[in-house]
Design a protein. Structure first.
Length: 174
């Protein structure tokens, strides 16, 4: 009986470890070019001996900018899959968490709440994006190893800002 209990405990631990979140982050300041002069890119390496696939992904960003309505922000996976996080939101907290299980899209709740939010773009811009790329779920099934990139573009001149933090919480099998 004891041997069976030990096997069950090991099985429970293995399942828990396979579903737990692995965190990766890059914390340094990158200037956001003012206006349409370019894009700030913060690169984040994800390493590991073996991953089979992403099952869920959360993204955390910390952006310091006086006017969030000027910003367009998106994430790019090592395979080149792009998901917009937000574009033209009226206001925002500097530190934001995005996941697909959030109660509302960014821009729908009070900004004193850091989230989590799910990615959103204005309705009139949805046709500009692949409709299947409007959620972090599109990364499910991808191998997360490689360079992830957070892109931040300031579309209007007049104020500058910085990207301070980019983090990923990856749930998957490894």
């Amino acid at each position: 009986m004891r041997n069976r209990t030990t096997r069950v405990c090991y099985l429970v631990i293995a399942i828990f470890l396979s579903l737990s979140c692995r965190k990766y982050y890059e914390q340094r300041e990158v200037n956001i070019p003012d206006g349409s002069e370019g894009t700030a890119v913060l690169k984040l390496p994800v390493t590991g001996q073996r991953y089979s696939e992403i099952q869920d992904l959360d993204v955390e960003v910390w952006i310091d900018h006086p006017n969030f309505a000027d910003l367009e922000v998106w994430v790019e996976s090592p395979l080149g899959t792009i998901v917009p996080l937000f574009n033209e939101i009226a206001d925002g907290e500097p530190k934001l968490i995005f996941n697909d299980q959030a109660s509302g899209p960014i821009g729908s709740l009070k900004y004193e709440d850091p989230g989590p939010w799910y990615p959103a773009v204005p309705e009139y811009q949805i046709q500009s994006y692949d409709p299947h790329a409007l959620g972090l779920f599109v990364y499910n099934g991808e191998d997360p190893r490689g360079w992830w990139m957070l892109h931040v573009r300031d579309r209007n001149p007049g104020n500058a800002g910085t990207v301070k933090f980019f983090g990923l919480c990856i749930n998957g099998e490894w």
